[in-house]
Design a protein around this ligand. Structure first.
Ligand code: EPU
Length: 765
């Protein structure tokens, strides 16, 4: 193996052209090196486990990319650069080493490329990416044509790294996480803050300081440091020619009169007591004002006029995932942030709080087991400004799990600190559902973490766009909820979430929903009281309409006709009949469903069924147009009304027959008594099976000896064989398995093919 130090890397990278291979090229740091090398004219190849948006972009610039690490793909390379996440046994490293090729670490390569220019390193534990992007932007706007390398994609700069042959300066974000800061020999260094971090790599704060001190010793020009940071001040303050910035009265570049607005800050800048003027920073947060003071100090010392700096700062836009607004409306604000250290979390939450919304709801994905373990107490105290916190499990980066350390560790610390509104959801993919279901108008929703939690916020943002449109359709009186658990809306008490739960209050709103779903190709499902429904554990995708309240709950009597909205309970129709001395409807007392479900199913009891008592119904068709039809104009079957498969009932007119009040009361009592004595009171979906031609399904199940048979918490009722009851916490999967078992036994022992009466909908978990 040739040690990289034996080769003049600066000459090789910046003045010659070579074939170079990068191992782990998809990472945000490595992709920046690849971009620089391509711009410097090298022939660049790279490998990684998977591609990324960055590798796609680089391929367009000439990178030859392989989504696996194979030695044969790098045989032509004269030199190999590797990321610190790559293990020693990587086949490309092993073979390059055997062939005696130079192996270069990412930071070494960066340092060598930077040494071809006048280097400016931005270092510190928090805010490096924002600050280095800001510095590159201000220098660029100042006409200095800087090259740059920052740790994230910066839309404003066009890319995360860029080599500009015209300029003298090179602004780089220095990564302290693995000790590689020591490779840099810059002209200037800007230190933002120093504290305990990356304790997977460093023994303690002293070890961190050693690396920073070496960087400072290797800095030929000025050291800029934040005067408000204890350790940065202590380490940098005594150095000759060091320049301080911050809010402290003795800072060389000092910010005062800070006015933190929603998404911007206005402040005054003084240089050694002399007022330079006012600045406006277009990214929120006091910590960013501090970072910008560092950039103002640097740019001023490099000779850029203050006015020019101020204009550039005003135009500065954030890096991705730094208080990035994913969705904004009068009702909601969704923000994503990369914060993963307690200090960063506190700063981001303070910014969120100052945005002036009602509540701040936060989802947090801890990053690395080692950090979670080392800073657990600090994490517990970092969330005071959040009204609700959902913690998910740890994003491991490249670490192996540590025993007893998980997202629960942080949730427990937050509770121990006295903040009760926290819960732990180990399944990341459920976060958007849990959080989406608790949002209310006025909330700011924040995703925090350096892993992949932002994807959950993106899903929520996309669904919120649709939810807001649905809300407009149903108006002020209607209700729209995201990811409503359907277990709350079914009598069996099982079922996953409805992607969009919508409660219209009148026919116009319902028609509007039908038209919108049709136009947007969104599935639409209507649910009444959920009494004959089995929703699978994955819930229902699309819009679930629950017509209730307003027009839909109305029950009116005129002559011998009772008009009821689909949201009214069948039981109410029976009692309205009683009040008006109209009989024949008493059996409805025993049906737990609403009018809508009764119509759709042609529900029945005591030998009667719904459509025998219907004069006419009103429904909306698939285009949202209303129709009124008599039963004779509809296709109606036992427990199924095909005419309502693709139409949506809104109301029905029942016809009663004049009867003596005592007679009605007697029949109601009879129905009640029958139900009480022959049906279970536990949670159920009513009869599970249609009665086959051979006789009642309940009797069959009973005879087959299947009563009380169970799967998990789903059990066949002891009272009635055609009921499956939920003993508490049963899942749809359990109920479905029990149904299958019953069907199987009926088939093999009696040759009877049982058909479910209960409607089974939704997706498996
Ligand atoms: N039976 C048994 N063992 C049992 C259950 C029933 O031997 O475990 C016998 C009963 O003794 C009776 C016969 O089976 O001789 C029929 O039972 P039941 O009178 O309870 O009527 P069903 O046909 O099981 C129907 C409806 C129910 C409705 C009742 C009451 C169907 C599939 N079910 O039940 O509707 O409440 O009549 O009128 O038509 C529903 O649709 O969800 C529902 C519960």
């Amino acid at each position: 193996m040739t040690l990289a130090s034996e080769v003049d890397l600066q000459q090789l990278f910046t003045r010659e052209h070579h074939r170079i291979h990068l191992v782990g090229v998809a990472g945000s740091g490595m992709s920046g090196i690849a971009a620089l090398l391509l711009e410097l004219g090298h022939d660049v190849s790279g490998s990684d486990k998977v591609g990324s948006l960055e590798t796609d972009r680089l391929q367009r610039l000439g990178l030859r990319f392989q989504a696996q690490h194979r030695a044969e793909d790098a045989t032509e390379a004269e030199l190999v650069i590797f990321s610190s996440a790559i293990r020693d046994d990587n086949p490309i490293l092993v073979s390059a080493c055997a062939a005696g090729k130079p192996l270069v670490r990412r930071a070494e390569a960066l340092a060598a490329i930077m040494s071809g220019k006048r280097g400016i390193v931005i270092a510190g534990m928090h805010g490096k990416t924002t600050t280095s992007a800001m510095a590159a932007h201000v220098l660029r706007e100042g006409g200095m044509h800087p090259s740059h390398y920052v740790g994230a994609e910066i839309p404003l700069l066009g890319s995360n790294a860029h080599w500009d042959p015209r300029g003298e300066y090179f602004v780089a974000e220095g990564d302290e996480s693995d000790g590689t800061l020591r490779f840099f020999k810059p002209e200037h260094t800007l230190v933002l803050n120093i504290e305990e971090e990356h304790l997977d790599f460093y023994a303690d704060l002293a070890a961190i300081e050693t690396v920073f001190l070496q960087l400072l010793d290797q800095t030929s020009g000025a050291v800029f440091y934040c005067a408000d940071d204890l350790h940065a001040g202590r380490i940098c303050g005594s150095r000759d020619g060091s320049i301080s910035f911050g809010f402290a009265p003795d800072a060389d570049y000092r910010g005062t009169d800070i006015d933190l607005q929603d998404f911007a800050s206005v402040f005054c800048v003084f240089r050694r007591g002399e007022k330079l003027g006012e600045a406006v920073l277009n990214v929120p947060g006091r910590h960013n004002v501090s970072n910008s003071l560092g950039v103002i100090a640097l740019a001023t010392e490099l000779g850029i006029p203050f006015e020019k700096i101020v204009t550039s700062l005003r135009r500065f836009e954030h890096a991705r995932r730094r208080f990035e607004i994913k969705y904004e409306s009068d009702r909601f604000l969704l923000v994503d942030d990369y914060a993963h250290h307690p200090t960063e979390i506190r700063a981001t939450l303070a910014t969120a709080k100052s945005a002036g919304r009602n509540r701040v709801l936060t989802m947090f994905q801890p990053h690395r087991y080692s950090r979670t373990q080392a800073l657990r107490r600090e994490f517990g105290r970092a969330f005071d400004n959040a009204d609700r916190i959902l913690v998910t499990d740890i994003y491991p980066a490249s670490e192996a799990p540590l025993p007893g350390i998980s997202g629960q560790t942080i949730a427990d610390e937050i509770v121990a600190h006295g903040h009760r509104a926290v819960s732990y959801q180990p399944r990341l993919e459920r976060l958007h559902c849990d959080l989406g279901n608790m949002i209310a108008a006025g909330d700011l929703i924040l995703s925090l973490g350096a892993g992949n939690i932002h994807e959950q916020l993106s899903i929520l943002a996309a669904d919120l766009v649709i939810a807001e449109r649905l809300k407009e359709i149903v108006g002020e009186e209607g209700d729209v909820r995201l990811y409503e658990p359907l277990a709350k809306h079914t009598t069996l008490r099982v079922g996953g979430p409805a992607q969009f739960w919508v409660e219209p209050r009148n026919e116009t709103a319902f028609a509007g929903l039908i038209r919108y779903c049709r136009r947007e190709n969104l599935p639409l499902f209507v649910i009444g009281r959920g009494s004959n429904l089995l929703v699978r554990d994955g819930g229902i995708r699309g819009v679930v309409v629950h017509p209730c309240g307003g027009e839909f709950d109305r029950v009116e009597v005129a002559g011998n006709e009772i008009t009821a909205g689909v949201g009214a309970k069948l039981k109410q129709v029976a009692y309205a009949g009683k009040a008006a001395e109209l009989g024949g409807l008493e059996w409805m007392e025993g049906i737990p469903g609403a009018v809508g479900g009764g119509l759709r199913m042609n529900a029945g009891a005591m030998g009667a069924q719904t459509f025998e008592h219907i004069a006419r119904i009103r429904y909306l068709d698939g285009e949202g147009n209303a129709h009124t039809k008599t039963p004779a104009e509809l296709e109606i079957k036992y427990r199924h009304v095909p005419s309502l498969d693709h139409n949506y009932a809104v109301s029905a007119v029942f016809r009663g027959t004049s009867a003596a009040p005592e007679e009605i009361a007697r029949r109601l009592d009879e129905s009640q008594e029958k139900r009480r004595t022959t049906q279970p009171s536990a949670k159920s979906a009513g009869c599970i099976f249609k009665n086959p031609a051979s006789g009642p399904a309940g009797k069959l199940v009973d005879e087959l000896g299947l009563k009380n048979s169970r799967v998990g918490n789903a059990r066949v009722s002891e009272v009635h064989g055609n009921f499956i009851v939920n003993e508490g916490g049963a899942t749809a999967a359990e109920v479905l398995e029990l149904i299958e078992r019953i069907k199987q036994v009926a088939r093999t022992q009696r040759g009877v093919e049982l058909e479910t009466e209960v409607q089974i909908v939704g997706e498996p978990a």
